[in-house]
Design a protein around this ligand. Structure first.
Ligand SMILES: *[C@@H]1O[C@H](CO)[C@@H](O)[C@H](O)[C@H]1NC(C)=O
Ligand SMILES: *[C@@H]1O[C@H](CO)[C@@H](O)[C@H](O)[C@H]1NC(C)=O
Length: 382
């Protein structure tokens, strides 16, 4: 589908024959207790080489059947996977070991606990993409939370100066990718054609300006720090690395756009209409922000499998669910995952293709929240 008008988009979103409007309206966010992921020890490592090539597709991902043959990770395994690397703009790299407090293995493995009720693999829902062509719309919430990462991915604003994206957008599992050395984030802003800022003049001046001259373009900001969980690294979690395909980028300067809140991913059964949404900068539509929503086909404890239409470039998009606040009656959105991308998944020895998103489990929530806030106080409930 090409660009479509805003009203039609809203119409489709709300009145799609597949939507379970009731479920979406009645949904309330279930607040969950968050464990603590605490820094134990930080050591300085040598600066990364930044020599890896960016990857477009991951092959041989250990899928649900494959992972179900693996033993459940122990607490010490999980502490290893959630330990992390930090790289600063000046090339300094540190590695931090973590330990947990108030950790609940059952809550962390909610889906496995529920596995008897696993959903049939089945495609439904509207798998179509919409280019957000309205220039006001694209620079306003929620679409304005989507940002372009200079390595060719998408990210989402999760604080005035933090962007959540996929780990593979900066690291291939062995080394940081070339473009990650001078990483930048592009935020869509309305600017006049010449590239300057929108002119703030008198009322009369504004009326004279032709609307066609104002259009969205990226304003680029440098990244001063990146953080990636060790679970993504080769040799740490070979079979489940995709479960840790996420990273946080800290911007050099805070920006003023509204960001989106994070939450612990509910099981698919508890998602309004089993539906997820995300917007990204798909390669096949240069310069356009592309929005889509679809139903989740299957889930493991750490991944959401779906057939949302997506092209490379949309990797790293924030995957959110939408719910109506019963009191204010307003729509609320929460990021519950990170879009990893198209993947060949091992399903009983056969390769099957899926689009995969990493779900935010209680531990991942605690970790990402700590990376953003730098303290535990703001991260008690998810
Ligand atoms: C991944 O595997 C699929 C199916 O086995 C194959 O068609 C595709 O070319 C592979 N891609 C890469 C990048 O190796
Ligand atoms: C690089 O930046 C970090 C964080 O600002 C700082 O702690 C470190 O000392 C710096 N390293 C060098 C070599 O300048």
């Amino acid at each position: 589908m090409g660009p479509i008008p805003l009203l039609l988009l809203l119409f489709l979103t709300v009145l799609s024959p597949f939507s379970r409007i009731k479920a979406e309206e009645d949904f309330t966010w279930e607040i969950k207790k968050v464990p603590l992921v605490i820094n134990k020890k930080t050591v300085t490592l040598s600066s990364p080489d930044f020599k890896a090539e960016a990857k477009r597709e991951l092959n041989g991902t250990c899928g649900i059947e494959c992972q179900s043959r693996l033993p459940l990770p122990s607490v010490s395994d999980l502490q290893d996977f959630l330990s992390y690397e930090t790289v600063y703009e000046n090339g300094t790299r540190t590695s931090t070991e973590v330990y947990f407090r108030n950790f609940d293995m059952q809550a962390e493995h909610e889906v496995i606990k529920d596995s008897h009720s696993r959903r049939k693999r089945h495609v439904y829902g509207m798998d179509s993409r919409f280019s957000i062509s309205d220039k006001q719309f694209v620079t306003n919430y929620p679409f304005s939370t989507s940002v372009k990462v200079s390595t060719g991915c998408t990210g989402i604003l999760v604080s005035p100066k933090h962007v959540l994206t996929a780990a593979h957008c900066i690291h291939d599992g062995k080394d940081y990718i070339k473009g990650a050395k001078k990483l930048r984030v592009g935020i869509l802003k309305l600017r006049s054609k010449g590239g300057g800022k929108r002119r703030k003049g008198s009322k009369r001046g504004k009326r004279e300006a032709k609307p066609a001259e104002i259009k969205p373009s990226f304003q680029w900001t440098r990244v001063k720090r990146t953080q990636v969980p060790k679970g993504w690294f080769k040799g740490v979690t070979d079979d489940v690395a995709v479960d840790y395909d996420y990273a946080i980028l800290e911007l050099k300067r805070p920006q003023k756009k509204k960001f989106m809140d994070l939450g612990i991913s509910p099981t698919v059964k508890k998602m309004p209409g089993s539906r997820i949404h995300f917007s990204g900068f798909d390669d096949d539509r240069p310069g356009q922000l592309v929005y889509r929503f679809c139903s989740v086909s299957d889930e493991s404890n750490d991944l959401l499998y779906q057939y949302c239409d997506a092209q490379p470039g949309s990797s790293g998009s924030g995957v959110y669910i939408r719910l109506k606040d019963p009191e204010s009656k307003k729509w609320r959105r929460k990021i519950i995952g990170i879009f990893s991308g198209h993947q060949w998944v091992d399903v009983n020895g056969q390769q099957q293709d899926y689009n995969v998103a990493v779900r935010i489990t209680p531990l991942k929530y605690a970790q990402i929240c700590f990376w953003i806030h730098g303290n535990y106080a703001g991260c008690r409930d998810g």
